[in-house]
Design a protein around this ligand. Structure first.
Ligand code: NAP
Length: 243
């Protein structure tokens, strides 16, 4: 089985490559810097549609058909919306949201023809929580969640497994973007990237629509609804009594 992993140079992607190789997959690792691990390694910036299409063509012609895709590449920008850089945010949208769509588009027709394949998107708890100071990041993940859930429905009839993995904080280089300077805190409850890699493997094998790591995070979407209701009530009360 040939598996393509994006964002494979470090963190969750690196651990996923390690685990998949241990499990007997032939792994194509990609990231902007050359990944250290993988049976085949390539530089790839997933925000660049032409680069994605030409690399996937090359892989299909020179290595073989892609059975598994792990759309993992991504990064965050921290800061008040008033101050963050729009051009950096555009690049983040292309990386986190459009990147997985470019990669999926490039492999999907072939998977449909073969009536098999697995696509796992690394989303985030941030898709389902209000994230001030990370709001464009969480919007990219909310978009990716929506794409994943819709594809899960469409792809079922072709025998293709689609899964979204939703981690909370993970001990990786995620906060290495300069906007995090001085805020590179790893919360106490952060988990190891190996745990997310295991969830990704589960997604590949089962096609479970949503996999939360840790699993108690599956309550997030309900808490978000409740929090929004409470916020509405609070704002109404504040408006009423401050008049
Ligand atoms: N860490 C967390 O707390 C957390 C929580 C929830 C979800 N996630 C998600 O998990 C995924 C992996 O993040 P991580 O925590 O493992 O962070 P990480 O250690 O910073 O790794 C990010 C990976 O993505 C690659 N990458 C970044 N931009 C890219 C681009 N435009 N094209 C191709 N590759 C790119 C990086 O390699 P290069 O720099 O070499 O390209 C690196 O391999 C991300 O999608 C992130 O949003 C992380």
């Amino acid at each position: 089985m040939l598996a393509l992993v994006t964002g494979a140079s470090k963190g969750i992607g690196f651990e996923t490559v390690k685990l998949l190789m241990r499990e007997g997959y032939e792994v194509v690792s990609t990231s902007r810097s050359m990944p250290e691990l993988g049976d085949h390694r390539f530089k790839l910036d997933v925000s660049n549609r032409d680069e994605v299409e030409s690399l996937i063509n090359k892989i299909s012609q020179e290595i073989g058909q892609i059975d598994v895709v792990v759309n993992n590449a991504g990064f965050g920008i921290y800061g008040s919306f008033l101050e963050t850089s729009l051009s950096e945010e555009e690049y983040m949208v292309r990386t986190n949201f459009l990147g997985p769509i470019y990669v999926t588009k490039a492999v999907y027709k072939d998977m449909v023809k073969r009536r098999s394949g697995s696509i796992v998107n690394v989303v985030s708890e941030a898709a389902y929580v209000n994230s001030p100071f990370l709001l464009v990041y969480s919007s990219t993940k909310a978009g990716l969640a929506s794409f994943t859930n819709g594809l899960w429905v469409e792809a079922r009839k072709y025998g293709i497994k689609v899964s979204g993995v939703y981690p909370g904080p993970v001990k990786t280089n995620f906060s290495s973007h300069p906007s995090f300077k001085g805020r590179e805190i790893t919360p106490k409850f952060s988990i190891e990237p190996e745990r997310v890699a295991k969830a990704i493997l589960k997604g590949i094998k089962t096609g479970k629509r949503e996999i939360y790591v840790p699993s108690k995070l599956k309550l997030d979407p309900y808490f978000l609804k409740l929090a929004n209701v409470m916020q509405d009530i609070t704002y109404r009360l504040v408006d009423k009594f401050s008049l």
